[in-house]
Design a protein around this ligand. Structure first.
Ligand code: XMP
Length: 446
C-alpha cells in the first residue's frame, strides 16, 4: 500500500496500516514497545517472575469463594489454567473433568488420565461420545458443528454438576486464551473468524452472569507455556502440540453434495484443479469459506511451492488455500477428483485417528516433533475416482501463537516415507500437503 506507517512528531500521533502484533512482522514487538514506552510514556510494572502469583491472586478474587468446575482436555491451556486454579483455591474446591467427546486422538484419553494421576490429580473421565455423535448426526457446516459441540460441553457439564450435587454455588473454569477471544469476535474490533467451543452462546450467558473463571484469558500460547514451566508441569504436557477443543471433529470435513473438481490453467509448471469442497480461511481480517486449489507435478521445493501458493491466493480470491499432491492410489490418467456426501461418523473418525496416529509415530521416528508447532491431519471426503475413498491432508505449521503461521518446510524424502505409511490404509485414495500460510488459510480446515 502507499502509506504503511505515518506519524506527526509535533502532535505525537502515529499510525500503522499493518499488524505489528503478529509474530511474523519483523521488529513488531519493538514497534509496540516504542509506542507504549517511548511515545505514550508507560512504565513496565510487571515481570514474568511475578506472573504466577498475580494470576493466582486474580483467581482467588474472581472465584469469590465459589467452587470451580473445570473442563480439562490435557492440552497446555486447560492444564495450566486448572493448575493455577487448584493452587489458588485448593483441591477440595476445584473439580477437573475430562470429556471424551469421541473426537480425541488415538489412545489420548488413557494418556491424559495417566499424566494427571502422575501429578496427583483425580480427574473425572466422562465418556460422552455417544451424545456428541448423536447431536452431530447430519450436520456438515463448520460453524454449526462448533455450536453443537460447544452446547454439548455445557450439557455434559450440567449432568456432571447434578451428579456432584453442587447446586448453584459454583463457576465454570476454562482454559481460554487471548486468541480464542479475538477469533470468536469477542473484542470490540475483531470480526468473527470462528466460534471457539468456549465461546458459544450459553457460555457467553454464563460470562455475563459472572459464572466463568478464565485464569489465562489474557495470555498468548507462548506465555501460557512459560507459566506452565514456572508451575513445573511436566514437559510432555507443556510441549504437546496444541489440540483444539472440538478435536478431530473440525479436522474431519463433511460434505452434503457430490461435486467434481474444476480444472484450472496450469501455473508455473504445476497442474491445478479447484477442489469441490470448502475450507475455512481468514482473508483481510474476515472469515472466508472457499475452495482449496490442488497442485501436482512441477518443482518440489518449499521455496517454489510457497511462492506459487501465495500467487494463487493473491490473484484468485475464490481460493483461500493451496495443497500439493504427495501420493495417490489412482493413476493420473484415470483420476477424477470427486467429493462425496460424508458426515461425522465413528467410522470416519476411526480412519482419521489411525492416520493421525501414524503421523505422530512418524514424527517421533524421524525426530521431528519439535520441528513443527502443530501438525493437524485432516480427512476430506474426496475420492480420486468413482469410489468412496477419502483423502488425508497434512498440515505441518510453524507458529508462535497460532494467530499467524507458516508452512513447516519438512524434508520431502521424509514426507514420502510418511505418505507410504498412510497409503497402506485401505480407506485412503490420496495424501496432500497443505502449502498455505495463515493468512489467507487458517491452521484448521474445519
Ligand atoms: P486456526 O484454524 O484458526 O487455529 O488457524 C488457530 C489455533 O487455534 C486452535 N483452535 C482451537 N483451540 N478450541 C481451541 O482450544 C477451538 O475451538 C479451536 N479452534 C482452533 C488451532 O488448533 C490452532 O492451533
Amino acid at each position: 500500500c502507499r502509506v504503511a506507517a505515518m506519524g506527526d512528531d509535533a502532535r505525537r500521533f502515529y499510525g500503522v496500516q499493518f499488524h505489528v502484533e503478529v509474530t511474523h512482522t519483523p521488529h513488531g514487538r519493538q514497534i509496540l514497545s516504542n509506542f507504549v514506552h517511548d511515545i505514550c510514556g508507560c512504565g513496565q510494572e510487571w515481570s514474568a517472575g511475578e506472573r504466577v502469583a498475580t494470576l493466582e491472586e486474580q483467581v482467588r478474587r474472581a472465584s469469590r469463594n465459589r467452587r470451580v468446575f473445570f473442563f480439562v482436555s490435557g492440552g497446555v491451556d486447560s492444564t495450566v489454567a486448572f493448575t493455577l486454579a487448584t493452587r489458588a483455591l485448593g483441591r477440595e474446591r476445584v473439580h477437573g473433568a475430562y470429556i471424551d467427546t469421541g473426537f480425541m486422538r488415538q489412545g489420548e484419553t488413557q494418556e491424559i488420565a495417566a499424566a494427571f494421576r502422575g501429578l496427583g490429580y483425580d480427574l473425572e473421565v466422562v465418556d460422552a461420545s455417544d451424545q456428541f455423535f448423536k447431536a452431530l448426526d447430519g450436520v456438515a457446516e463448520p460453524e454449526a458443528k462448533r455450536q453443537i459441540i460447544g452446547d454439548m460441553f455445557i450439557a455434559v457439564q450440567d449432568q456432571a454438576i447434578a451428579r456432584l450435587g453442587w447446586g448453584d454455588d459454583w463457576v465454570l473454569g476454562q482454559g481460554t486464551i487471548y486468541p480464542d477471544t479475538i477469533e470468536s469476535g469477542g473484542t470490540k474490533s475483531s470480526a468473527k473468524i470462528k466460534t471457539h467451543h468456549n465461546r458459544v452462546g450459553k457460555v457467553e450467558e454464563m460470562i455475563r452472569a459472572g459464572r466463568v473463571l478464565e485464569p489465562i484469558s489474557e495470555l498468548y500460547k507462548d506465555e501460557v507455556r512459560e507459566v506452565g514451566r514456572k508451575l513445573e508441569l511436566p514437559k510432555e504436557l507443556i510441549e504437546r502440540h496444541p489440540f483444539p477443543g472440538p478435536g478431530l471433529a473440525i479436522r474431519c470435513l463433511c460434505c452434503q453434495a457430490e461435486g467434481i473438481a474444476e480444472a484450472i490453467p496450469p501455473i508455473q509448471g504445476y497442474a491445478a484443479v479447484r477442489l469441490p469442497l470448502r475450507s475455512v480461511g481468514v482473508q483481510g481480517d474476515f472469515r472466508s469459506y472457499a475452495h482449496p486449489t490442488l497442485l501436482w507435478g512441477g518443482l518440489r521445493t518449499h521455496g517454489m511451492l510457497s511462492e506459487v501458493s501465495s500467487l494463487i491466493t493473491n490473484t484468485q480470491r475464490e481460493s483461500n488455500r493451496v495443497t500439493y499432491l504427495l501420493g495417490c492410489r489412482v493413476h493420473q490418467a484415470s483420476r477424477v477428483w470427486r467429493a462425496h456426501p460424508a458426515l461425522l461418523t465413528r467410522e470416519r473418525i476411526t480412519v482419521l485417528q489411525e492416520a493421525d496416529g501414524r503421523v505422530r509415530q512418524w514424527l517421533r521416528d524421524e525426530n521431528l516433533t519439535a520441528a513443527v508447532w502443530q501438525f493437524p491431519v485432516v480427512l476430506l471426503p474426496l475420492a480420486a475416482d468413482q469410489s468412496a475413498g477419502e483423502t488425508i491432508v497434512l498440515r505441518p505449521v510453524e507458529s508462535e501463537d497460532g494467530m499467524t503461521a507458516h508452512v513447516a518446510p519438512l524434508d520431502f524424502a521424509a514426507l514420502d516415507r510418511l505418505t507410504a505409511r498412510l497409503m497402506e490404509l485401505p480407506a485412503l485414495d490420496a495424501v496432500l500437503l497443505d502449502i498455505s500460510h495463515k493468512p489467507p488459510a487458517t491452521i484448521e480446515w474445519e
